[in-house]
Design a protein around this ligand. Sequence first.
Ligand code: PLP
Length: 354
Amino acid sequence: MTTITTPRIEINLGKIAHNAKSLKELYASKGIDVIGVTKVVCAAPNIADVLVKSGISILADSRLANIRKMRQAGTQAQFLLLRIPSLSQAESVVKYADMSLNSELSVIKRLSKFAMEMMTTHKVILMVDLGDLREGVMPVDVEHTVKEILELQGIEMIGLGTNLACLGGIKPDAEKMTKLSAITGDIEAKFGLTLGLISGGNSANYSWFNSTEDVGRINNLRLGESIFLGCEPLYRRPIPGLFTDAFTLVTEVIESKTKPSAPQGDVCQDAFGNTPEFADIGNIHRIIVGIGEQDVAAKAIKPRVNAEIIGASSDHLLLHSHNYIEVGKEIEFDINYSALLRLSISPYVKKVYI
Ligand SMILES: *Cc1c(COP(=O)(O)O)cnc(C)c1O
């Protein structure tokens, strides 16, 4: 019996450091710099510091509150706001973020106004939508948008960016990256400037990077998942040489009994409005661990013992275990990106750094 509370995530900072350094080195081999994305771990300052110590000098987060948190904790980095800022947030964005991804002129004008008032410069990366259809201006609109941005005071247009493989699940391939490089070249020629930062995407750019000799003008990627979970997000394959187990979810068995596999009685809706179906395979060993859908989606985690997840309600997760496991024993799980996202924010899940 252990006395450390459950449920908890054990966070191996050494493994995160190894992944961050390895990816930084890998991408540097073709001239690409890495920005560390902290949103999936809610910008935990311990973890942010590990990224900085691993040689990453720009940290990015979607939420300004997370950037403020890292600043207040004294994290020594430059900060990029990932989610395009809202109009109402513009003042705080200039105050707390060194740079931001943008796609709306009205917002950039606001940023300019506050930057002038604060007598500072806010750096802007204009997002170009290459087909994933989340944020960004369409390629035909880049030129006139840049023209307007260049007229604004207090704003430094430092480059272009794109984001793929998020909402539309569109693969960042050679065609998309060549297109971003071409747009960069056109803009530079048109306005007689040099764009210093061309951010081609996120962890999903891994297979493009590996299969291309010439990365064109792309000199930056924004990485979260591959640093923390050691895999690429297109097919969720492990990246060679990286740790995929830097995070471990640890739960505790609170009931352990032999019971039927199929529920008995009239089947109606379950806790979440689904009508469950269970195959009758006779009596099985059923284990309950003390975690539930409020903390993590059952389908986003995988037990490291010989057992399958039967299902979960808000606070109970059921396993069919092929071995007897007694009450009080801990069961470890591998977690995926969406599990890490939700577990990070849950106040019911303790974070333990090792
Ligand atoms: C979350 C996010 C990233 C990081 O994505 P990963 O797949 O975790 O590497 C990069 N860019 C933007 C705009 C994001 O929102």
